[in-house]
Design a protein around this ligand. Structure first.
Ligand code: CA
Length: 232
């Protein structure tokens, strides 16, 4: 595989420099621009493997850039990592809700950034996972989407297709918090006429079936759910 090409959209020179330096050191090809309009056109013309997108940009902000990238069939498969200021939890929720693949909060360490980039590049676009027959193993839990099979310590779980996708999706991103609306669109489908609370029902049923392992799915008050990252 040739060098992954990463587009960094960031208006602050210091941060842009740090990001560029660290990604190039990892062997990535880095291109950059400093505002949303330019960023969007570079995404369309340069077809990067990954976009690192600052939220606060002059002119068109990061949210709008992300929204446009993710609503265009040509560009929506390109993974986007959003960069947000630490306090902006609502922005994180909004960004994930409109399809960002991951986020990182300022200030971040170069090590964290490089690790995040690696993960996102490795897993590729989220939207293509559901058809991939991908197998996820987390401790005693194994989820094989292709075979529609989930087991705990080798014991088969009886899950509905929605529960299977939900568990697979969460387990694919341990430690990441996903808002209910995001889970709904990824797991149930954007056309479904359902409310955010609908996801609660699926989570409750799923936890029941997980039995002793129910706590792998954690509720994050006021936001949504995450798969326990197992580091505690
Ligand atoms: Ca900025």
């Amino acid at each position: 595989m040739s060098k992954p090409k990463i587009l960094v959209i960031e208006d602050e020179s210091d941060i842009l420099e740090v990001i560029t330096y660290n990604l190039e050191r990892e062997g990535h090809k880095v291109i950059s621009c400093r505002n949303g309009e330019q960023g969007l056109s570079r995404i369309r013309t340069d077809n990067p493997d990954l976009v690192i997108l600052d939220l606060m940009l002059p002119g068109m902000d990061g949210v709008e850039v992300c929204r446009q990238v993710k609503s265009d069939p040509v560009t929506r498969a390109i993974p986007v990592i959003m960069v947000t200021a630490k306090a902006e939890e609502s922005d994180i929720v909004l960004g994930l809700g409109i399809g960002a693949d991951d986020y990182i909060t300022k200030p971040f360490s170069p090590k964290e950034l490089v690790a995040r980039v690696k993960v996102v590049l490795r897993r590729g676009p989220l939207r293509e996972q559901s058809g991939g027959g991908e197998r996820v193993v987390r401790g005693e839990l194994t989820i094989d989407l292709g075979r529609h099979e989930a087991t705990i310590s080798g014991v088969l779980l009886t899950l509905t297709p929605t529960e299977m996708r939900l568990l697979h999706f969460l387990a694919s991103h341990p430690g990441r918090v996903f808002p209910r609306s995001h889970l709904l669109s990824r797991v149930i489908g954007e056309d479904a006429i359902v409310t955010d609370r609908n996801i609660d029902v699926h989570v409750r049923a799923l936890r029941q079936k997980l039995g002793d392992a129910a706590d792998v799915i954690e509720t994050v008050r006021g936001v949504g759910y995450r798969f326990a990252d197992g580091r505690r």
